[in-house]
Write a protein that binds this ligand. Structure first.
Ligand SMILES: *[C@@H]1O[C@H](CO)[C@@H](O)[C@H](O)[C@H]1NC(C)=O
Ligand SMILES: *[C@@H]1O[C@H](CO)[C@@H](O)[C@H](O)[C@H]1NC(C)=O
Ligand SMILES: *[C@@H]1O[C@H](CO)[C@@H](O)[C@H](O)[C@H]1NC(C)=O
Ligand SMILES: *[C@@H]1O[C@H](CO)[C@@H](O)[C@H](O)[C@H]1NC(C)=O
Ligand SMILES: *[C@@H]1O[C@H](CO)[C@@H](O)[C@H](O)[C@H]1NC(C)=O
Ligand SMILES: *[C@@H]1O[C@H](CO)[C@@H](O)[C@H](O)[C@H]1NC(C)=O
Ligand SMILES: *[C@@H]1O[C@H](CO)[C@@H](O)[C@H](O)[C@H]1NC(C)=O
Length: 438
């Protein structure tokens, strides 16, 4: 980042750094918010960091330990205009915490907002971008989550873009609303919005630092971020906040399924932090949540109290095939739906989204997922000739399948399809390999 900045190449490409790979792949880590909200301190953060090491999460690729809101002194900035860590919660400051986190082989993330206050009312960074970016770099911070709260009226936007279905049930990935809600002028350029400008100010401040800092935008999909997120940061929140509820998981899955063309190396549409491990999701629902977030190449930020993480949930979060797919070094594109199932292809539906998905691994294997959104067990049939990555396979090709949940090798499949009984709200996940017969 630093070198590109110095040579004044276009800033969009400065997000791509040949000297380090920060932001090339979806971020993997843990964030304090879904587990603890504002109730954080150094002990809790370090407990999480130690669990990431001892429970095998670091070994599986989870790198970041991210503070969310409420880490700073709510009374305000110091005389020099700098943010101050809460002295009770963080007696060794953020720099002291960063040292301890780095010593464990992990990286530290911090939080602020593109407004004058954070969502919980703490000082935020609008107008202080340069000083805050410098402060975080000095402390040894590696990641910034940048929220969209506390925005003064003159920095807001009337034209917000729309959820894809606004009026006609079809997808409008560019945020051009056909209905009357949030009507944006035809051809409106979302990059010219105040929101995009606020996020660019922080991008430029981060890129001016010597330390690479992954830049995670959190504007909940507002102001058509899908059209400017990739030129502004390494990931951008696509949707409203998640909660540990099936309706939220499936609602976000549906919405983000229309944004997948915007995800590739260096830029990821973010479906929000994980709720795996939190009360409110069944085992089947937690599996579906993790499987699709990984398959969509969303950042994967664990959001549960790791000191009480069960082995079952740990195993979901460290599923090797799904993590391999999410972190593929050769293919940057996510899995995409190839057939909706219950609803017509392309239909926006918050409870019955696309059910049949596939994507390619860099080594030629294919990931196939089949979701059961129903309240009872259903038999899902994966027809090989329908899977785009398998089309054109000749009759001399055989198909070998591994079940990604059990790790079971299902052997060579002779039939033209594979059927699986999938329980309510669960997702079957298969890793498919084609083998040319001799
Ligand atoms: C950190 O927070 C936890 C949870 O509120 C609390 O039990 C613990 O005493 C706190 N530790 C310190 C050192 O303040
Ligand atoms: C909003 O008002 C503040 C204070 O007057 C000013 O510094 C800022 O530039 C304004 N923002 C925009 C987008 O005009
Ligand atoms: C969305 O924007 C992209 C790039 O600007 C363009 O290629 C595509 O045609 C647009 N799609 C729609 C549905 O307007
Ligand atoms: C959209 O707005 C951005 C920021 O103001 C500008 O750089 C870009 O050229 C605009 N794009 C078009 C197509 O007008
Ligand atoms: C996002 O931008 C990066 C460069 O920063 C580029 O390599 C990548 O292809 C872009 N993604 C998409 C989907 O265009
Ligand atoms: C979503 O799809 C289900 C199943 O087809 C259907 O019953 C329901 O009415 C749809 N919801 C909306 C809002 O269209
Ligand atoms: C699915 O369940 C049905 C009914 O119990 C059973 O006949 C069938 O063999 C099962 N299929 C698979 C692939 O397990």
């Amino acid at each position: 980042m630093r070198f590109l900045g110095l040579f004044a190449l276009p800033l969009a490409s400065a997000l791509v750094s040949p000297v380090d790979s920060v932001g090339r792949l979806p971020a993997l880590g843990w964030n304090s918010w879904n587990a603890f909200g504002c109730d954080i301190n150094e002990t809790r953060i370090l407990d999480a960091a130690h669990q990431m090491v001892s429970r095998g999460l670091l070994a599986a690729g989870y790198q970041f330990v991210n503070l969310d809101d409420c880490w700073s002194d709510k009374r305000g900035r110091d005389a020099a205009g700098k943010l101050v860590p809460d002295p009770t919660k963080f007696p060794n400051g953020i720099a002291g915490l960063a040292d301890k986190v780095h010593a464990l082989g992990l990286q530290l993330g911090i939080y602020s907002s593109a407004g004058t206050t954070t969502c919980a009312g703490y000082p935020a960074s609008l107008g202080y971008e340069a000083v805050d970016a410098q402060t975080w770099a000095d402390w040894g911070v590696d990641y910034l989550k940048y929220d969209n709260c506390g925005v003064p009226r003159n920095w807001t936007d009337v034209c917000q873009g729309c959820v894809p279905d606004a009026s006609d049930g079809k997808s409008h990935p560019n945020g051009t609303c056909p209905g009357t809600t949030n009507l944006c002028p035809t051809g409106y350029n979302y990059s010219s919005s105040h929101t995009a400008e606020r996020y660019r100010h922080m991008r430029d401040a981060l890129l001016a630092q010597k330390r690479p800092i992954l830049y995670s935008l959190c504007d909940w999909g507002a102001a058509g971020v899908q059209s400017w997120g990739n030129a502004t940061g390494h990931s951008w929140r696509a949707t409203p906040d998640i909660r540990p509820r099936w309706s939220k998981v499936v609602g976000i899955l549906n919405q983000n399924s229309f944004y997948l063309d915007n995800t590739d190396f260096w830029g990821h549409s973010d479906a929000d932090m994980l709720e795996v491990g939190n009360k409110g999701l069944s085992l089947a629902e937690a599996r579906t949540h993790f499987a699709f977030w990984a398959a969509m190449k969303s950042p994967l930020l664990i959001g549960t109290d790791l000191t009480t993480l069960t082995d079952v949930n740990r195993d979901i979060l460290t599923n090797k095939w799904l993590l391999q797919f999410n972190q593929d070094l050769v293919v940057g594109a996510p899995a995409k739906p190839y057939k909706w199932g219950t609803n017509p292809d392309g239909m926006f539906n918050e409870t019955y989204p696309a059910e049949y998905w596939s994507g390619r691994f860099g080594d030629g294997r294919v990931l196939v997922l089949a979701l059961n959104p129903y309240a009872t067990t259903k038999t899902k049939i994966i027809t090989w000739s329908e899977v785009p990555e398998l089309k054109g396979s000749s009759s001399s090709t055989s198909i070998k399948v591994t079940d990604a949940w059990t790790g079971k090798d299902l052997g060579t499949i002779q039939d033209s399809s594979l059927s699986a009984n999938v329980s309510s709200h669960d997702t079957a996940v298969f890793v498919v390999q084609t083998v040319v017969n001799h």
